[in-house]
Structures are given as structure tokens and as C-alpha cells.
Write a protein that binds this ligand. Sequence first.
Ligand code: FAD
Ligand code: NAP
Length: 560
Amino acid sequence: MADICEFDNEQSLRKWIASDLLPLFKGTVAKIDDLVVTWVDDSRYLGDAQAGLAFVREHLGAPGKALAAPQAAGKPDVDDGQTYEFDVVVIGGGSGGLAFSKRAARAGANVAMLDFVKPSPHGTKWGLGGTCVNVGCIPKKLMHTAALMQESFHAAKSYGFGQEDYNSWPKHEWSRMVGSVQDHIKSLNFGYRVQMREEKVKYLNKLGSFLDPHTLQTVDSKGVKETITARRFVIAVGGRPKPLGCPGEELAISSDDLFSLPEAPGKTLVVGASYVALECAGFIHGLGLEVAVMVRSILLRGFDRDMSERVGGYMERKGVRFIREAQPQKLEKVGDKIRVFWGTGSEDFDTVIAAIGRDPDTKHLGLDKAGVIVDGKTGKIPAVNEQTNVPHIYALGDVLLGKPELTPVAIQAGKLLSDRLYSGSSETVDYDRVCTTVFTPLEYGCVGWTEEHAKEVLGEDGLDVYHTNFLPLEWTVSHGEPNDCYLKVLVDLSNQKVVGMHYLGPNAGEVILGYGVAFRLGMTFKDLTSTIGIHPTTTEEFTLVNITKRSGKSPEKTGC
Ligand code: FAD
Ligand code: NAP
């Protein structure tokens, strides 16, 4: 059976795929090959089902979404009847590996989990729990909080606290902050070890690499080598920061080192312009240090352009310096400073932080010996529903090709994979419509499409952008300018569905996640604006937004 669908032009096809077709395929995909997608625009023809799939993946940002049936990843993962030491060995005890291991062991599987931290080039090491806990989300959010506190001290004056002289306000001590943060991290490391024992997961503090498709070699910190066999494997090794790739790169530290630096970094250059770079630059500046960010192209690639520039604009107004269209060409030690050279200049810094992205930790995993295919360009592992091309070897978290590198994504993948392998579930991860927040001084949270993408799919005439500036009530008596905070809601005019939500303001993560639930359920603009808000909050601004960009009216807000 084939349904022939014809469309007047490419735009209406795109719209149909986005609004009607993708939701239908969620979870029930076996019939995909029966579908023939045909369209005609002025000069082009899309092709058959395979071409349609490729189109959806490329243009709608849904690579790997359950469009292909699980078995399309390779042969079914059948038991070969051999005896192995473990039902499953997990390589990597970070967000994804821990979530999978606990869930699988609880379901009765005999699980071993390897986690071994290779020290950073500057010698920094940490405990069990992976990137998020040790050198990612947790220390980052705590230091971001410290920076916001500094802001609150100043704001407190307007609320009647303190004296005229700002100098009498508490001074920030970096080393004490690091002490508190590291104490918390150690307690989390300990907690995970206890959990492993309680859940009966065999935790091995060893580095693993494949010898063959069912055998790993393990090496401990003393260099002792052993082997371990398993019926299945889950690769959850995450990634590590990329080096700068220029002479003197060894002088730069990375986020792996920053959160445990014993002394404040001083005058700092952050190289990179995405999540890690802007977040780190933001909190270092917020703690009173001089910071410059070196941006080679744009801020926050992949995010809504307008929102990204607003994030940068706020940082700039607060005093973070941006060195645009520049890349370091050389780093040199000059006395106790690091001299950084780029195309048009050079400058001395106390600390240089490389935040130019992360490489998946797959180089020395012996994946070739297991027959696992790796993407040549990125080193990441392609998979369908976390299954690699080798049916009994799975991969999840940051190491996966084309998926968001976020902790909750890795955790969800771990839980659902375990449920499918050991608890009879067929639920797969919805990698789309994932909420995220960038914890810059003014936080940016979003879910769904960017304005650029929405215009591409729906066309200028098919989209309304509702937007508003706002100033949190809490800031009105102390600090902030009326145009600092901003949000927008993107609406598909054909069905009034909300296709994107963007929020720049305090507590963005707390605000956007709740809306994310409604968004996943297909909220219309009316659903949003007929919801009675909570006053006075910043999140209520989403329920009050009523000015479209098309109207040309000012989105600035006056009164409540
Ligand atoms: P990881 O957590 O990286 O764990 C992989 C583990 O495997 C590591 O412990 C590693 O040492 C170990 N390992 C590697 N190779 C081997 C081997 N051969 N044998 C044994 N063990 C091995 N995400 C968010 O959602 N929110 C945030 O606010 C956020 N902030 C971040 C801030 C920073 C600075 C960074 C760098 C990342 C941040 N992230 C954030 C991303 C988040 O940390 C990752 O998406 C998440 O940790 C990925 O989990 P994972 O399980 O894939 O890998
Ligand atoms: P990223 O998102 O891959 O961004 C890399 C940045 O470095 C980009 O701005 C890129 O610029 C720039 N860059 C790359 N190579 C460069 C070079 N040679 N010279 C100068 N600049 C260069 O990496 P990331 O910020 O490290 O983040 C990694 C992942 O961690 C993210 O994808 C995110 O999912 C996760 N994370 C999440 C959070 C959060 O949830 N709040 C926080 C931190 C990290 P171009 O745009 O020019 O390529």
C-alpha cells in the first residue's frame, strides 16, 4: 500500500512533514518503506521513502528519531548461547552509564560498570560520576550561583541592607568557593559508590578497551591488565575538551581544570563561544575578575540568533569583553603571564581557558577490534535507538553521533535502553523537543525551533513571533534595565501550534522546563495564553505575551 501525497511546493511539504508526519512515526515505524513521498516545486523532485527520510533527518533536525525501525540498525541482538562473565558491561560511569547500570541491575541483569578518569593534561583528576558531577553541570551551576550572589550583594543595598561603601561588602575568596564545591562533589562521588554497591553493580575503577566483540581489556591505576567478557556492552565514555591546536596550547587549561583551581584565575581569556565558554566567562566575570571571550564566528551556534546576541549583549554591558572574529595563533609564556597572539593583536593574560568543544573519548577504545563503526569526522558513534552497527554493542550519552550533549538526555537514554533490553519495554528516546538552558549571567532557556528554522520550515507568512521585553519585579528597585529580559513564542499559523519558546531572564531552567511538558503535548498559542499566570513572576510573561513582530509594535513593557 502506498499513499501518494502531492504538494504544491516544497514549503507545504516541509510543513506537512513537521506537523503531521513526524508525530505519527513516533514509536511505530515499521511501515516506513511503504511510504512514498513525492513532491514537486518549480524544478525539483524529492524522491522515494529513503530520500524522504534523509530529507527529514537533514532539514528537521531529527537524526535518528524513531523513523527507522530498530532492526534497521543491523541484525537483531540475539543471544549467541555462549557463557560470559556478565550480562552487560558498561564502559563509563557518567550520567548515562550510571543510569543504565542501576536500572539494568534492578531489572535483574548481572552488570559491571567501568569508570576510569584519565588526568587532564594539567594533571586534574576526579572521582566517580563523569563529567556532569565532577567537571560539568554541578560545579558550573554552583559557581554561576556564586556569581549571582555577588550581584545580589550589590542589589541588597537598594533593599535597605548594608552601608554606603561597597568596599565593606564581603570579598569573594575563590579558594573557599572551590573548597565548598569540591566537598560537595566528593560527597556525590561517595554516594555513587554506595549506590553501585547497593544496586549490586560491580564497579571497576579501570580503563576499558575492546579486544574483540565480547571481550574488554581492563587496566587499573597501577597498570595491572585483566580481561572481562560480556554478552552485551554499553559504551558511555563521554568526551573530553579539545585542545586549542596552536603552538603553546599546553599553556591553556580547560573546564576540566577550572573548577578545582586552587587560586582565582585572574585576568582570563576564554576561547570559544558556546555553552562552556560563555558560562565560564560569565561566572568568572561575575566573581569580579577581568574576562575576555575570543569568538571565531558567532555566539552559541545552533541557538536562535537573536537570543544568542542578546545573551552576548547583556554580558558585554556587564563588562565581559568580546574579541570577535579571532582565533589564537600562538600562546607564549612571558614571565608569569600567557601572551596570546591572534590575527590582529596580542595580549597578556593570567589564565587562558580552551572551551572550543569536546572530542568523544573513543580513540583508544579498540572499537575497530569490536567492529563498531565510528564517524570519521567527529569520532562519535552512529546508532539507531542507541544500537550500534554491532547488534550487542550499544552507545549512549555524549559519545552518540548527532544527539544533544546534555546530562538528562544521557540519563533518559540509559534508563530507556535498560527498560528495552531487560524489562520488555519498547519505548525509545525522543531526542527532539529537549529543553535546555545556558547558564550565562542572564540565563537563556529554550525548547523547540529557532526563529530561523521556523521561518525556513513555515515561511515568513506561516509564522507568528510573539515577543516581549520584561524586567523582573525583583530587579525594579535594585538593578536591571527595562530591555534586559526578553522572551518569544513561535507559532505555526496553520494550526496555531507553538513550535518554539525562548526565554532570556533569571531562573531560565526552572521556567522553561514546565512549558516543555506542554510543548511536548502539542500546546497551541491559545492553550498558553488562556492559562492564568502566577503574579508577580517572570514565567507569567509567557501567558501574557500578545505582541507579534509582524505588528511592528514595541515589545517593551510598562507596568504589570
Ligand atoms: P560522561 O559524564 O562524560 O561520563 C563518561 C565517563 O566515562 C567519564 O567518567 C570517563 O572518565 C569514563 N571513561 C571514558 N573512557 C573510559 C574507558 N575507556 N574506560 C572506563 N571509563 C572511561 N549538561 C547539562 O545537561 N546541563 C548543564 O548545565 C551542563 N553543563 C556542563 C558544563 C560543562 C563545563 C561541561 C563540560 C558539560 C556540561 N554539560 C551539561 C554536559 C554533560 O556534562 C554531559 O552531557 C554528560 O555528562 C554526558 O554524560 P555521559 O554519560 O555521556 O558521559
Ligand atoms: P560546542 O557547543 O561544540 O562549541 C564549541 C565552540 O568553540 C563554538 O563556539 C565554536 O565556534 C568554537 N570553536 C571550535 N573550534 C574552535 C577553534 N579552533 N578556535 C576557536 N573557536 C573554536 O562546545 P562546548 O561549549 O564545549 O559544549 C559542549 C557540549 O556540552 C554542548 O554541546 C552542550 O550540549 C554541553 N553543555 C551543556 C551545558 C548546559 O546545558 N548548560 C553547558 C555546557 C556544556 P564555531 O561556532 O565557530 O564553530
